[in-house]
Design a protein around this ligand. Sequence first.
Ligand SMILES: [Ca+2]
Length: 259
Amino acid sequence: MKKFLWTLIIFLSINISSTAEPLTGGVTEIGRGNRVVDAKTNAPVSGAQIEIPQQGFRTYTDEGGNFTLNKIKIPDDTILSVQKEGYRPFSITINQNVASKPMVLGIQKSAALDVVIDNEMLHLGDDTFSQDSANAGDFKLKSIGPSYVKKFVMTANTLAYNNYLIIGSIIGIDTLTARTMRQNGMPNSYSSPPEVYFNGRKVAEIQLNGDNQKVKLPRALIRPDQVNEIVIRTGVNLFQKAYTDYDDIELMNLTVQTE
Ligand SMILES: [Ca+2]
């Protein structure tokens, strides 16, 4: 019987789309057959850095844009990132199921007005969390506290466009909505959602884990050609009254992009 493998094609603009592209040959080993391509031209991207921060795993694509994950074990959802000069930082939440099939990751060229706020993995919270929490099994990085603060300049040119904060990937959110969507196994509690502030004003609450979450930055709040500030504050466990139990979350790849 002919064996078909499903190729996952992931683009920044679309979340995840899979096509039934049959591959020939015995590409059955876990973590093999992966490629990074230019999202527009489909040309392979060589020398792209692939990282799974929770696993301390790092590799680079070869001349043909290929990379392997070396059969690493991924017990729970974790973030895989792709960095390449001239391209927007890319990330995707993967698990054993996703990683066991060949992945084709389409990355996008950076645009002139893009601002990379952060391309490191960030852990917000207090490092105390239930093993039932979303992605608890994968938390290894130490928390930087309940809030992330970053100052950055936005040029006056950005006022001519719609501006968005893009959160590349976020895992570990234990809101009621996340529980309803079965993103965690917490039977008896949930947390308030993480909040995003732009120049002191709350502009979003993040209810769900996932990739490429887009937060509009209201034009009226933008300080042109001056320092602007993004704050992301994690939620608190609404069922722990004895002390403040911050929701431990991880996020990666914060950029401001215009449309
Ligand atoms: Ca906690």
